[in-house]
Design a protein around this ligand. Structure first.
Ligand SMILES: [Zn+2]
Length: 276
């Protein structure tokens, strides 16, 4: 996401919007029609949590949430009357390209919304918690205990802390040796300190890796970039115990049953959720 925002910023900054197209009306939320962006100049693109925020001067903001399978990228404007495959909406720019939102899934639909005002005037942006990188132990405690919750869920709630996805949540909990299903109000000072340290390391590594991938365009498939995410059944890098998994309705998390949960193994939660 960070790399996508930076790439779009470099490609779009200073370009003027010359046309707006809505291919899939359900994708465009809010009360301001996309057409209102025509004539505006792109002042910058940035990531806020899981949102891509495009400032359109002088007084508009375009907020996009890609959800699970939305894609935002540059394409040629459509020729003829048929909408491009999977296209949801697009803004054509004065360099002849279109920045286009596409949707590859039939659920978890991506959306975009034009807002009159700065990014903070959008309810989704305004609702975001602090950025996780550099957050102190106290900052983490406040964010995840007001109100208390289950650690792995609280970590991924953008209103508490912006933009920690499922993969990084698992990585951070493993690095901090924290039990995913721990109640956040039961964590002690040492645990919060480990969480802050682990989050900084995991997220800084991720940004650095993303930047390397973007600049070299050569993702190294032989380097293991996650310690637990995607490594169910493999030995823990710290203690050698086989990593365990717990499945939820929409995702699974992988953890070490020796160094995170004191030997406790979680049962699968998928059925619980369905029956509730
Ligand atoms: Zn372990």
């Amino acid at each position: 996401m960070e790399a996508l925002a930076r790439g779009l910023d470099a490609a779009l900054r200073g370009r003027r919007v010359v046309a707006a197209r809505t291919y899939s009306p359900a994708t465009v939320q809010g009360s301001v029609p996309l057409d209102a962006a025509v004539g505006a100049v792109v002042e910058g693109v940035e990531r806020r949590g899981k949102l891509i925020v495009m400032r359109l001067g002088p007084r508009l903001t375009l907020v996009t949430h890609l959800m699970q399978a939305g894609r935002l990228g540059l394409a040629s404007p459509p020729s003829g009357s048929r909408p491009p495959r999977r296209a949801c909406a697009g803004l054509e720019l004065d360099d002849g390209r279109e920045v286009r939102l596409r949707e590859l899934s039939t659920t978890h639909r991506a959306w975009m919304r034009l807002v009159e005002g700065p990014p903070e005037d959008d309810p989704a942006v305004a609702a975001l918690g602090p950025e996780p990188l550099g957050l102190t132990a106290d900052g983490w405690r406040r964010a995840l205990t007001e109100p208390p919750g289950v650690l792995h869920t609280a970590l991924r709630q953008g209103r508490r802390v912006a933009g920690v996805g499922r993969c990084y949540a698992s990585e951070i909990m493993w690095a901090a040796r924290l039990a995913p299903l721990a109640r956040t109000d039961r964590l002690d000072d040492a645990a919060w300190q480990r969480l802050a340290t682990a989050a900084d390391r995991v997220l800084a590594d991720a940004v650095e890796r993303e930047e390397r991938t973007v600049t070299t365009d050569l993702p190294d498939k032989h380097t293991r970039v996650t310690a637990v995410h995607g490594h169910h059944g493999e030995p823990c890098l710290r203690c050698g115990t086989a990593l365990a998994r717990v499945g939820f309705r929409d995702y699974e998390l992988v953890y070490c049953p020796a160094c995170q949960t004191d030997g406790k193994r979680y049962s699968d939660r998928r059925m619980d959720r369905l029956l509730r």
